[in-house]
Design a protein around this ligand. Structure first.
Ligand SMILES: C[S@@+](CC[C@H](N)C(=O)[O-])C[C@H]1O[C@@H](n2cnc3c(N)ncnc32)[C@H](O)[C@@H]1O
Length: 404
């Protein structure tokens, strides 16, 4: 290796350097150039999602903007693992990152021979506006990836201004999960304009707030979105959505906007699509006033497209990606949960509540619930939880029965 300050790493198809002193740090802003091996699943799924998108939406020329590339590993993997790439913008605001991206591209023998590669050292919003300025002569990007530290909120508007309006693919990560999951409700209201709720299913609420926010920013840019896949893993949410235009279609998608009602006394939960002023003041089940709360506005429609998940799963099967097994599990749960009502029940917590010493297997609980004629599935948001259309008291009785 030429440079003693760098260390060589490998991830899926690609090799890359990171700074040696960064390897001893917990991944954070304080690194010379950011790299987090816990985000490999994000990069694996992004490569798979881009290939699935190119196939399903028949995109034979991809123009991708990796607006926050850090070491460049994500862009490099896309260049080596994804088909149909015509142009790749690789950008980061950190000049050290840009130097490393240059070296990492050379290391992987990637140059302008087979595709156009443009490396830039800019604020992502400036990059988007400059690409927009040239997009009369150039092809508009059909894929934009936003992968910031914390919230993506301030980058989404300028990204929608430049992305291809028909069948563009917006890929957005949020790592401010404490905000979206309701630990810091005022920050969520300020950054995402919605009220979160710190419930047992706060991860799903957070994902739905993020999708709603993306959708509303699309709306002010004369666009709408179809959520293709939104997943939670470890400490982040990543959302892939398809962009469309057309006033009628946009208006139709308003049916996906609403609220979630939650009663902390009896566990009642429901979606609510009407005017916020008409949100009930007391729980319709236990009649308590002070225990009924709400989250929203948020996205209450489907958060995945099944064909998209199927294509990703098929591609994953034929891959040798580091997170192949985790992706298989995560996406099969995502397929099942898509047809279920909003929210989930954490079985471990429930067993603690009803003071049951040993926890029944989730698969046994699910089959008993299904035998009784209810819907039931796992959820990718929480591997210890189930989704179902039955109410909390019935679920508790089933668990007590199973225990006997
Ligand atoms: C979480 S890291 C990205 C990780 C990368 N996508 C990967 O897969 O390894 C966030 C990156 O965004 C960069 N960044 C932060 N603010 C930015 C901005 N306003 N414009 C462009 N890049 C920015 C940081 O320098 C950092 O490298």
């Amino acid at each position: 290796m030429e440079n003693m300050d760098l260390i060589l790493k490998k991830e899926a198809s690609s090799e890359f350097y990171i700074h040696k002193e960064d390897t001893n740090l917990i991944p954070s802003k304080s690194m010379n150039v950011f790299y987090n091996k816990r985000m490999i699943i994000n990069r694996d799924i992004s490569s798979l999602a881009i290939n699935a998108y190119a196939t399903i939406f028949k995109q034979d020329e991809l123009v991708i903007v990796d607006s926050m590339a850090a070491s460049g590993i994500s862009s490099i993997r896309m260049l080596k693992e994804c088909k149909n790439i015509k142009k790749m913008y690789i950008n980061d605001i950190n000049p050290e990152a840009v130097k490393l991206i240059d070296q990492n591209l050379k290391l992987n023998n990637l140059n302008n021979e087979n595709f156009q590669i443009e490396i830039t050292n800019k604020d992502a919003n400036l990059l988007f506006s400059e690409i927009k300025g040239t997009s009369k002569e150039m092809r508009k990007p059909n894929i934009i990836s936003i992968d910031p530290f914390g919230t993506p909120n301030i980058y989404i508007d300028s990204a929608f201004k430049v992305i291809q309006k028909v069948d563009g693919l917006m890929c957005i990560t949020a790592t401010d999960t404490a905000v979206l999951f309701g630990v810091r409700p005022n920050v969520c209201f300020r950054k995402y304009l919605s009220k979160p709720l710190h419930t047992e299913y706060c991860k799903e609420i957070g994902a739905r707030i993020l999708i709603y926010f993306i959708c509303r920013i699309a709306n002010i840019n004369k666009s709408g979105i179809i959520p293709l896949l939104t997943f939670y893993s470890g400490h982040f949410l990543r959302s892939f959505s398809l962009v469309f235009k057309g006033k009628r279609k946009i208006t139709e998608s308003f049916k996906n906007y609403g609220y979630i009602l939650h009663c902390s006394n009896c566990g009642y939960r429901a979606t609510f699509r009407d005017n916020i002023l008409k949100i009930p003041k007391k729980c319709p089940i236990c009649q308590k006033i002070e225990s009924l709360d709400y989250a929203g506005p948020l996205w209450i429609g489907k958060i995945h497209e099944i064909d998209f998940l199927k294509e990703i799963l098929a591609l994953n099967k034929n891959s040798n990606f580091p997170c192949k097994k985790r992706i298989e599990k995560l996406l099969s749960y995502a397929m099942d949960e898509n047809f279920m009502p909003i929210s989930y029940y954490n079985i471990h917590r429930l067993c603690q509540d009803i003071k049951i010493p040993s926890i029944p297997k989730l698969k046994d609980i699910i089959s008993v619930i299904k035998e009784k004629g209810y819907q039931c599935s796992r959820t990718h948001f929480d591997f210890l939880s189930i989704k179902s259309d039955l109410d909390l008291p019935t679920l508790k009785n089933i668990i007590i029965e199973l225990q006997k």
